[in-house]
Design a protein around this ligand. Structure first.
Ligand code: C5P
Length: 319
């Protein structure tokens, strides 16, 4: 680290995601499920700052910081260390994470912070890696991390780490119901899905995306997108968190054009046609309950992006 000078630092903004479609296939030998999913970023953001330091550390603040580890188990610090190891970077970073994405909510908040840490450290260390070059490290950290490097709307396959962009013009308006109680554990929700399927004698086929959703996203027809929302983990999330059935019903009765549990839950996403309708629905949901935090967001938005950089320009800088 340079002596006396202002410490070098980079801040990255990263959104949360919802899954517009999540088709869960068979359990693989590695403990993951084969998926066909449509990821979609929404404009609720965490901010991750990486500052040059002599030792590794992480500090977590913000509206949803409670319960997020401020130690070496945090996925963002693991991401920074993995990048340093892979590219032979000596030295360390102090990470600051400002959290607004719900924690253990099915919106990939921890994965988002890991993606942001990769992008921040890449800039801080002047590695100049492309998102595609960051992807293998991202995939090693978690199934959703590669998507948060890119953002937008994309089909995920494999365990979710293999991505193909989806053409989606315009924006969608979402109202999110966020539980104010402890969230759901992703492995537990997948295990509950397997249990329910086994109990019902369901033969699990290889996952295939429906096609209806991708077609609806091309035109951003809200009714068609709303009708095509689907999540195979929803029944399992509702089984472990029964209030979700009431939340889904309340939003639909109040006029939402679509409703879905986000990923492994318990966040619920409601689709509406306009910003005015989003305000109406959030007011209605807040008044009617079930009790929870109500957030509004539009999507899709970009993935992890540098928003502030206090790093002297490199030798190639001319302007
Ligand atoms: O990849 P990530 O660490 O985010 O996954 C968390 C857990 O979710 C896994 O340990 C696994 O139990 C479950 N999972 C799964 N199939 C996937 C993705 C996640 O079973 N495709």
């Amino acid at each position: 680290m340079s002596q006396g000078a202002e410490p070098r630092g980079v801040t990255v903004r990263v959104p949360g995601k919802i899954n517009l479609e999540l088709v869960v296939g068979p359990l693989r030998e590695d403990g993951y499920h084969e998926l066909a999913t449509v990821f979609h970023t929404v404009g609720i953001y965490d901010y991750v700052t990486a500052i040059e330091s002599d030792r590794w550390s992480v500090q977590v603040s913000g509206a949803t910081a409670e319960g997020v580890p401020g130690n070496s188990t945090n996925l963002a610090i693991r991401a920074a260390k993995a990048l340093a190891r892979r590219y032979g970077v000596e030295g360390a970073v102090a990470l600051g994470i400002e959290k607004n994405i719900p924690v253990a909510g099915g919106m990939a908040g921890g994965s988002a912070d890991a993606a942001a840490a990769l992008v921040a450290c890449d800039a801080l260390w002047d590695l100049q890696l492309t998102r595609d070059e960051l992807e293998p490290i991202a995939a090693g950290l978690g199934s959703d991390v590669p998507f948060l490097l890119h953002g937008g709307t994309a089909i995920g396959s494999g365990r979710g780490e293999r991505l193909a962009p989806v053409l989606a013009r315009g924006e969608l308006h979402w109202v999110l119901w966020v539980s104010n109680k402890p969230g759901l554990s992703t492995p537990q929700v997948y295990a509950e899905c397997d249990r329910l399927r086994a109990a019902a004698g369901v033969q699990v086929a290889d996952p295939v995306p429906s096609g209806d959703l991708v077609a609806a996203l091309r035109t951003m027809d809200t009714d068609a997108v709303g009708a095509a929302l689907h999540n195979d983990l929803q029944e399992a999330a509702c089984s472990l968190y029964p209030v979700l059935d009431d939340v889904l019903e309340a939003g639909l009765e109040l006029g939402a054009q679509g409703a879905i549990v986000s990923g492994s839950g318990p966040t619920v996403a409601f689709l509406v046609g306009t910003q005015a309708a989003a305000i109406d629905l959030s007011v209605g949901l807040a008044a009617r309950g079930p009790d929870g935090d109500i957030r509004r967001a539009t999507g899709p938005v970009a993935g992890a992006q540098v928003v502030q950089s206090i790093v002297p320009p490199g030798p190639g800088f001319t302007g």
